[in-house]
Design a protein around this ligand. Structure first.
Ligand SMILES: Cc1ncc(COP(=O)(O)O)c(C=O)c1O
Length: 431
């Protein structure tokens, strides 16, 4: 039986000095069953992580997306160590920056020029600023999550602390619904600078959606921005724009490009990007950090290898099919939805009877952890996962589904939950 003594001790210490005991909301202990789940990882290799108590897990979170090749990969470590011997940050540019910029411009369809920053939110914010400067307009229409900056979080339910005037400048639109975006472009006619979206959400774009969206956005003299922070480097080397053959004006990348090293980028058309030379302020001290750039170059080299993405899609499809079969086998279709495209697929939960969606999720999370699988709900795959890990994931899921069925039949969690419940920092609307 797994124990979490060190994790629990560290958690109690950190809760006194760091809000939520996490630097990233989605890594908070609250996303797992408290007391019976790990809270701190000591080290990782490939697709396995080892917590501070010595427990081993197969990881399907991949650090919330950044791990594309695999944790602690020797090829990437070697590249980073070589750069480390030269230094990490300098008073002028390092040559590696030229190499990476040229590489990005070769592999990303919209990239005529690129600017490197650190987090995904830096990149999306840079794209919005470029679009506003270029069009001379201020409003933004968005679909998806784009980071913590005022312009985007202001339009969410989590907008405490964002000035109302800023909130008013961004409106949400519904993904895969052309009528909705067209109505919004008409409602805010001549005011919209940019339309930004995660190009792959849920089960992906409907046939023709992205191209028609692009045409509409351009008809309204606005800039189309793909937020590829999740989709970039995960579904295909050139992201969603390669996959669906629709090239936006600008795109933002982050997460998967450095296999866990902190690097992100805004890329796009020259006429937009060149505004950085004439007064659009996009600049960070660590934008040219050479260690992350070495990691990104080495990561891309692995991702470029023939068959890399075929394998990720194959494994993801096996996972998706297996999940669907299990949901049917246990008669859970009403409380468990399988969604997502292969490289980023998984589950969402609904409540039933007196059980809430979080009750159902808690049973799932408990069983997965007990069986050595670290997962939230939607999985990310990396280059180190194989059929064996997918089989182990599906075996654990079957056990979880059996216990969920039991909980539903008895309409309570009595005798089922052994620790705390999953309690996300941000809760979705209860269904
Ligand atoms: C689609 C998308 N865009 C932007 C961001 C923000 O990235 P970061 O947290 O690195 O700032 C995220 C983070 O989850 C994301 O999922």
């Amino acid at each position: 039986m797994k124990t979490y003594t060190k994790s629990n001790e560290l958690l109690e210490r950190e809760l006194k000095v760091s809000p939520l005991a996490a630097q990233t909301f989605s890594k908070s202990y609250r996303y797992f069953c408290k007391g019976i789940s790990p809270a701190y990882i000591d080290h990782a290799k490939g697709c396995r992580v080892y917590d501070v108590d010595g427990n081993e897990f197969i990881d399907f979170i991949c650090a919330l997306g950044p791990i594309t090749v695999g944790y602690n990969d020797d090829r990437i470590n070697t590249a980073v160590k070589e750069q480390l011997d030269k230094g990490a940050s300098f008073s002028l540019q390092s040559p590696i920056e030229v190499e990476l910029a040229e590489k990005i411009c070769r592999i990303i369809p919209c990239a005529e020029m690129v600017r490197f920053v650190k987090n995904g939110g830096d990149a999306t914010t840079a794209a919005i600023r470029l679009a506003r400067a270029y069009t001379g307009k201020e409003m933004v229409l968005m679909s998806g999550y784009h980071g913590m900056h005022d312009w985007s979080i202001g339009a969410s339910n989590n907008n405490k602390g964002v000035p109302q005037a800023v909130c008013n400048l961004t409106k949400n639109f519904i993904y895969n619904d052309l009528t909705d975006i067209e109505e919004k472009l008409n409602t805010y006619k001549d005011k919209v600078a940019a339309v930004i979206l995660e190009p792959i959400q849920a089960d992906g774009p409907k046939e023709g959606y992205l191209q028609t969206l692009k045409d509409l956005v351009h008809k309204h003299n606005a800039i189309l921005i793909f937020d590829e922070v999740v989709s970039g480097f995960r579904y295909a080397l050139g992201g969603a724009s390669e996959l669906y053959k629709v090239t936006p004006d600008l795109a933002a990348f982050g997460k998967g490009m450095g296999n866990g090293y902190a690097i992100s980028a805004v890329a796009g058309k020259k006429e937009l990007m060149r505004q950085i030379e004439t007064g659009v302020f996009i600049s960070t001290t660590f934008g040219g950090d050479a260690l992350s750039m070495a990691a990104a170059l080495a990561t891309i080299k692995v991702l470029e290898q023939p068959g890399f993405y075929d394998s990720i899609w194959k494994l993801g499809n096996k996972m998706h099919t297996g999940l669907k079969q299990l949901a049917t086998k246990y008669g859970l279709e009403k409380v468990i939805t399988v969604s997502g495209l292969a490289p980023h697929c998984g589950l969402s939960f609904d409540g039933t009877g007196s059980l809430s969606y979080l009750d159902i999720h808690s049973v799932y999370s408990q069983v997965m952890i007990e069986n050595g699988i670290l997962v939230f709900a939607i999985c990310n795959l990396n280059g180190a996962h194989t059929e064996k890990e997918i089989d182990l994931y599906l075996d654990a899921t079957e056990k979880a589904f059996a216990l969920i069925k039991k909980a539903i039949e008895q309409d309570s969690l009595t005798g089922i939950l052994k620790g705390g419940k999953v309690d996300p920092v941000f809760k979705r609307n209860i269904r």
